[in-house]
Design a protein around this ligand. Structure first.
Ligand code: CA
Ligand code: CA
Length: 270
């Protein structure tokens, strides 16, 4: 008899005993062989086993692609003011403006004594430097002229290129050279011209003097009446009534001659 059968029988006996005690009649418990019971339920899960050992770290995965750009951050705090920049180059001079029209203002108060104008001082310095440069060049040019037969007297230099021409040719050539026809205004200048002609042996040169405007009245090319003369005896004689220009001879004396004569050309520079 299996365990379940025994339990059922015990329950039956207990029930009968209770019944008999109520009826006071004897009870009989007969044991009947039953059919085999059904299979019991599966047992409960076992207890959780011990924690296993930690495995080896896996290999790192490949680097993913870059994500989209983030949102623009908030505006930063303004930085400190920077130092002044280097002064830029001077701009081009602007065009001259139209002349304005306005009423004269009241006379202002007398100002205080000003400090030297730096810009003005710079211009003056530049000008002085240019003047010094020009003086050096002039000195060099003068040296060359004197080397080639020129004569310096006072603030003048008499020069010649050895060419000949009439009064008008000579006047044009000297002006183109930045000077004038030789015009002695004192004995020293007259002597210098005489020395140049003597060095050539003979000849004469036109002076910047004529009576082309008024016969008998000799003037400089500027129109001023002559203040110094050194006429040869008997001159000026306006020979044949055609002598309106003046030459200086190799002896230093002057003679009036036709303006179309061909003479040496000597110019003066100053
Ligand atoms: Ca004359
Ligand atoms: Ca004459």
């Amino acid at each position: 008899m299996n365990h379940l059968t025994k339990s059922v029988c015990i329950l039956i006996v207990v029930a009968l005993t209770f019944t008999l005690s109520q009826s006071e009649k004897p009870a009989v418990c007969s044991v009947v062989q039953g059919l085999p019971g059904l299979n019991g339920r599966d047992g409960r899960d076992g207890a959780i086993g011990p924690k296993g050992e930690r495995g080896e770290p896996g290999t790192p995965g490949e680097r993913g692609t870059s994500g989209p750009p983030g949102k623009v951050g908030p505006k930063g705090i303004p930085g400190e003011k920077g130092n002044n920049g280097v002064v830029g180059p001077t701009g081009n001079k602007g065009e001259k403006g139209d002349k304005g029209v306005g009423l004269p203002g009241e006379k202002g108060q007398k100002g205080e004594k000003g400090s030297p104008d730096v810009e003005s001082a710079k211009k003056t310095f530049d000008m002085e430097r240019r003047i010094i440069s020009l003086e050096k060049k002039m000195s060099w040019v003068k040296s060359v002229m004197l080397l080639f037969g020129g004569k310096e007297v006072g603030n003048k230099v008499f020069v010649t290129n050895g060419q000949e021409g009439n009064f008008y040719d000579a006047q044009k050539m000297c002006r183109e050279a930045g000077g004038n026809l030789a015009t002695p205004r004192n004995e020293a200048e007259n002597s210098a011209l005489r020395g140049m002609l003597s060095a050539r042996g003979s000849g004469s040169t036109f002076l910047g003097i004529s009576d082309l405007q008024v016969e008998g009245t000799f003037t400089y090319l500027t129109g001023e009446k002559v203040t110094f003369t050194n006429w040869n005896p008997g001159e000026p004689n306006n020979n044949h009534n055609i002598e309106d220009c003046v030459v200086i001879l190799s002896n230093g004396k002057w003679n009036d001659v036709p303006c179309n004569d061909q003479r040496h050309i000597i110019c003066e520079l100053q």
